[in-house]
Design a protein around this ligand. Structure first.
Ligand SMILES: [Zn+2]
Length: 313
């Protein structure tokens, strides 16, 4: 009987979501010029790391107790394919929905990131106030860097810093191997996905590297570490047909089964990936290319120089 009621409840939520999705109202984010955007990013990062330090001063950060601590309620249900999570304000209370259809079982990497993302909508003042005032009915979220909407990206930033605080991540990375092998270990330790961990790795510039995401339609986005950028490795080829046949990324995009470690790996050269580098040029150094298939989410490429880079000014 309880199970019946739960299913009915899930269906109602899914329906309510469908009705609201079309009429979703955006949240006004102050100042979008570059300096203001950087300042705002810095504030969100500080906020997320402060929440992490307050609620989980060491070890792994678990978003569920934070949700409870803030007197929010939480339900995991099957809400169709349209969203990962949602934060709703009703009758004076915040409620978090986590969609098992897209995020898997409670405690999975994606569900932890989704809860971190919804906590971002709660802790970031403009997001919470917009919800509480009724100006925006509910945040239907696609987390883990799938959305180009600024509020969604802000919540992703919050989630990444909440689950992978800079100091803890940097310290843990020091003891890991280079490349995807190390990032897989970091992901396992922090309870985060490979994608989120690789982005965090590049953002903290733990080594010169590029993270390139492909979905099944083609190139999606990339993140360069600042040292790769300073070494003039910036623009990458963005069409898989420009990549060498038989390269790790091409093999993964062709649905070839990866070796036992879960990803393809091979040596390549800078000019195979960066159109600004000419073959044979002094900058045409040897890179390691690794590509991991992510199932429905596409393919993630991780590129890093085989030996240390001479970083230009
Ligand atoms: Zn969201």
């Amino acid at each position: 009987m309880a199970r019946m009621r739960a299913r009915q409840f899930d269906r109602q939520v899914a329906k309510r979501f469908e009705r609201r999705f079309g009429g979703r109202v955006g949240v006004a984010i102050p100042g979008r010029d570059e300096a203001a955007a950087l300042e705002r990013q810095r504030e969100i990062v500080e906020l997320a790391e402060a929440v992490a330090d307050e609620h989980a001063p060491s070890g792994r950060v678990d978003p569920e107790p934070i949700i409870r601590d803030k007197a929010m309620t939480l339900s995991f249900g099957e809400y169709g394919d349209a969203f990962d999570g949602m934060l709703e304000f009703q009758a004076g209370r915040f409620h978090v929905f986590c969609n098992r259809v897209r995020t898997g079982t409670p405690g999975s990497n994606r569900s932890r990131f989704t809860l971190g993302h919804e906590l971002g909508h709660y802790f970031i003042d403009e997001h919470r106030l917009a919800l509480a005032s009724g100006r925006t009915p509910a945040h239907a979220s696609l987390s883990e860097y799938e959305s180009a909407i600024p509020v969604e990206q802000e919540a992703d930033t919050f989630a990444a810093h909440l689950l992978m605080p800079a100091k803890r991540f940097r310290l843990a990375a020091k003891r890991k191997e280079s490349g995807l092998a190390g990032i897989l270990q970091l992901a396992a330790g922090f309870g985060t996905s490979l994608t989120a961990s690789a982005i965090r790795y590049a953002a903290l510039d733990l080594a010169p590297c590029a993270v390139v995401k492909w979905d099944w339609r083609g190139y999606a986005w990339k993140h360069l570490s600042s040292s790769a950028f300073r070494a003039h490795f910036r623009q990458t080829f963005e069409s898989s047909s420009d990549l060498a046949a038989g390269s790790p990324t091409r093999l993964a995009l062709e649905h070839k089964p990866p070796p036992e470690c879960g990803y393809f790996q091979s040596g390549t050269v800078a000019s195979a990936w960066f159109p600004g580098t000419l073959p044979g040029d002094w900058r045409d150094v040897i890179f390691i290319e690794e590509a991991v298939p992510l199932g429905r989410y596409g393919v993630l490429t991780f590129l890093y120089p085989a030996s240390s880079l001479e970083v230009g000014r």
